[in-house]
Ligand binder design. Structure first.
Ligand code: GRF
Length: 197
């Protein structure tokens, strides 16, 4: 059974999809803990599903280093096979990347390498693109630049707002995440090999 720690900052809809998938006895992965960098709304999903959670608020630490040390310590105590960033809106500290990559993955609401960064949906609209997408990547020390695990195109429709487009991208992100977790758990995706390629 693949054990997963999920890190969130927001509503946690991708987290919820993973928690729902894990309800199926046949699903070969389980979320063992949920972590957040703030009092994220998505922590309610963890509570509802009886999954332990931890919060490491950035604002409670004197500097990024100390925050990173505590985040790493919190994740480590769960000894996860995989760490999933799902709407975690901070750059992951280098020590966390070192400790877990390539078993550290991130969902992104754009077709990488197009539109990396915190505003992938907004940037695609601002660029006047006719299509964008969703991507799942291995987190390395770059910004949304790690090896691509899977991705899918999403069309941009006339009159799309950032919110409307993001709501159409999210179900695709969820599907990519669930499918990849399944494939990682059953050995069809080898993250070590992907990271070496
Ligand atoms: C997702 O689109 C994720 O890729 C992005 O933020 C969103 C988080 O959504 N970085 P949620 O918190 O899972 O609802």
């Amino acid at each position: 059974m693949l054990s997963i720690v999920v890190l969130i900052s927001g509503g946690g809809s991708n987290l919820r999809a993973l928690l729902e998938a894990s309800q199926d006895a046949e699903f070969p992965a389980r979320v063992v803990a949920v972590g957040a960098d703030r009092d994220a709304d998505g922590l309610a999903h963890a509570e509802e599903f009886g999954i332990p959670s931890f919060t490491v608020p950035f604002s409670s630490f004197d500097d990024r280093e100390q925050w990173g040390d505590e985040l790493l310590a919190q994740i480590r105590q769960w000894e996860p096979d995989l760490v999933v960033l799902s709407g975690f809106m901070r750059l992951v500290p280098p020590r966390v990347v070192e400790a877990f990559s390539p078993n550290l993955i991130n969902t992104h609401p754009a077709y990488l390498p197009e539109f990396p960064g915190a505003h992938g949906v907004r940037d695609a609209l601002a660029a006047g693109a006719t299509q964008t997408g969703a991507s799942l990547i291995v987190v390395d020390d770059g910004v949304d630049a790690g090896p691509i695990i899977s991705q899918e195109r999403v069309p941009i429709l006339p009159g799309d707002t950032e919110a409307a487009l993001h709501e159409r991208i999210k179900p695709v992100e969820r599907r990519l995440l669930i499918d990849a977790v399944l494939d990682i758990a059953n050995g069809h995706i080898d993250l070590e090999e992907l990271a070496r390629a």
